[in-house]
Design a protein around this ligand. Structure first.
Ligand code: IMP
Ligand code: MG
Length: 370
């Protein structure tokens, strides 16, 4: 059995919570895209932990995998592993596997993300975790993979190959690059040594598990409208966040998929810039934010909140091929009178029940009461 879970909106629909609930029914849980731009809060023995890269389901029994389509900051991962083990949640290589081809987020990716945002005339509002620049390197064939940092000689050769162009890029954005890279290179070598025992081939593991009749859950990060191809460009993340991406990024055939679960929040939120047709600016938006605890797990930014948006969900069902839906945070609406939903958009004097193909930038919501 192979199940894919994705967010149907702009992320933060509560995917992590649903994965945690289902985790005991699965043998493997695989994270397939994104990086530490994602965030997920877990509560264990009364303590709250914020996780960004360790897959959800950590409190249950299944083996956790990080697939090759993820961009991983290895320092963040080590920090999370250490923090969990200090709290008696021990992560060993038996418990966690990371694909050898996983892209590594390098210090220059984070610097470039910061510089990129600072020099843009219109901000995207990224999480400044270096995500876009790490994926750019993958496409440009300049990425550093986990198997590189676990081999000191190979890593140093790779750095000397790609660093000059990064320095040029930084200079062109008005920043003098750090002259002493020895320090962080050695730090990464140390981190690579720690991560070596976790190396695996995720596609091989998942395909074998499925052939043995085991149950695999693929956990998406972010949400459908942050998808690099189908989202609200340019206000998107740099990976494919929809269900089909699980097959490509893990390396399994589409015929293996059994079900696709869409996580749908009873209202809508978005962090960062970009269109949000049903956004509420006044008291009701503030109330949803406070009641729903709508603050970014990664950046702490207040999330923009709005009424439930049916046109977006209709398209999301198509993009992901949902076979099931989980509705989350319905309780946050308790006491609100009336509760409203957007059933269509008004755009260029016409009514659209499905988002118009141009863009949703200037769509006005048609709001009904429940
Ligand atoms: P990046 O992924 O850091 O490049 O950010 C691009 C956009 O995606 C920004 O608007 C972020 O706020 C948004 N974003 C990235 N990750 C998440 C997430 O996990 N939840 C919600 N929004 C996210
Ligand atoms: Mg989140």
């Amino acid at each position: 059995m192979f199940t894919i879970i994705t967010g149907s909106q702009f992320g933060d629909e509560g995917k992590g919570k649903v994965v945690d609930l289902l985790a005991d029914k699965y043998d493997l849980i695989v994270r397939f895209q994104g990086g530490d731009n994602a965030g997920h809060t877990i509560i264990h023995a009364g303590e709250k932990f914020k996780l960004h890269i360790v897959p959800s389901g950590i409190l249950a029994q299944p083996r956790l995998l990080i697939g090759p389509g993820v961009v991983m900051n290895p320092e963040i991962l080590i920090r999370e592993i250490e923090m969990l083990s200090e709290n008696n949640i021990v992560i060993t290589p038996e418990r966690l596997g990371i694909d050898a081809k996983t892209s590594i987020i390098m210090p220059y990716h984070i610097q470039l993300d910061e510089l990129g945002e600072a020099t843009r005339s219109e901000k995207i509002g990224t999480t400044k975790r270096g995500i876009a620049y790490a994926y750019m390197d993958k496409i440009a064939r300049d990425e550093v993979q986990l198997s590189d940092i676990t081999d000191e000689k190979r890593f140093k050769k790779r750095v000397s190959e790609v660093l000059p162009q990064k320095k040029n890029l930084m200079r062109s954005l008005g920043k003098a690059p750090e002259t002493d890279e020895k320090k962080w290179v050695n730090k990464y070598v140390g981190v690579g040594r720690k991560l070596k025992p976790y190396l695996t081939d995720v596609s091989h593991e998942v395909n074998d598990a499925l052939s043995d009749g085991k149950k695999v859950l693929a956990e998406g990060a972010q949400g459908t409208y942050l998808d690099i191809i189908h989202g609200t460009q340019k206000y998107v993340t740099s990976s494919s966040t929809i269900a089909g991406s699980a097959c490509t990024n893990i390396g399994i055939g589409p015929k293996r998929v059994t079900s696709v679960i869409g996580i749908v929040k009873a209202y809508i939120t978005r962090v960062g810039e970009g269109p949000l047709p049903t956004e509420l600016h006044g008291e009701t938006g503030d109330r949803l934010r406070d009641r729903g605890g709508e603050y970014g797990t990664t950046t702490g930014r207040p999330r923009r909140c709005g009424w439930f948006d049916f046109p977006l969900l209709r398209k999301s069902v198509n993009l992901n091929g949902y076979t099931e839906i989980v509705l989350t945070k319905l309780d946050v609406l308790t006491g609100l009178k009336p509760i409203k939903v957007c059933h269509a958009y008004k755009y260029k004097n016409k009514k659209f029940e499905y988002p118009p193909h141009e863009s949703i930038d200037t769509c006005h919501p048609c709001i009904g009461r429940t």
